[in-house]
Write a protein of this length. Structure first.
Length: 187
């Protein structure tokens, strides 16, 4: 007797070893004989086995990737968003040094998206504020990721856990609210 099992990857598995693609669109009809046999099996009353649960470790990797992506989205100090990628972090940290002479009137490009581009005058005090905001942002993002991890691990099927909400506000959120497409850099 033929059996089919659902997957989370866009195919079903027939009899434990054959991958049957299930993507079928009007533009690209699926004419694969295995797919047509599966559709007939369904029409005849067949019910596929459920997909295996996604392991918590796989979901945790996705949460960590989102955590790391968000850490590089920028930090807000006052009215402006500042870059928070690794290179920018190193530059900002260097500017906090009392032994570094910051050129008077140094213009620093922000991530702030309206009106582009936005430059501000960099000072040691502003650099310190950016570094402090980065530390606070990293802590909030890390905490959100850990809450997502614990909540996801408590689910009977970790793969169904939605970790897209519950993160600290970002420039990406502000851009979305303003109807602006944000691609990770000042637009």
């Amino acid at each position: 007797m033929t059996t089919y099992q659902l997957t989370n990857e866009g195919y079903v598995i027939r009899d434990g070893d054959t991958k049957v693609p299930t993507v079928d669109t009007p533009e690209f009809p699926n004419t694969n004989p295995d797919y047509l046999a599966y559709m007939q099996w369904l029409a005849d009353g067949g019910v596929p086995l459920p997909a295996d649960p996604v392991p918590a470790s796989e979901v945790w990797e996705k949460i960590k990737a989102e955590r790391d992506r968000r850490a590089a989205l920028g930090v807000k100090v006052g009215d402006h968003w500042f870059h928070s990628d690794q290179k920018s972090r190193m530059q900002q940290l260097a500017l906090t040094s009392a032994t570094l002479a910051i050129p008077v009137g140094l213009q620093w490009k922000t991530l702030t998206f309206t009106p582009p581009p936005v430059f501000v005058t960099m000072t040691r005090e502003l650099a310190i504020q950016i570094v402090q905001a980065t530390a606070e942002s990293d802590t909030a993002i890390f905490t959100a990721a850990e809450i997502h991890r614990m909540t996801m691990e408590a689910q009977p099927d970790p793969g169904t856990y939605d970790f897209t909400g519950g993160w600290p506000a970002s420039i990406e959120d502000e851009a979305h609210d303003a109807g602006i497409q944000f691609n990770g850099s000042a637009v």
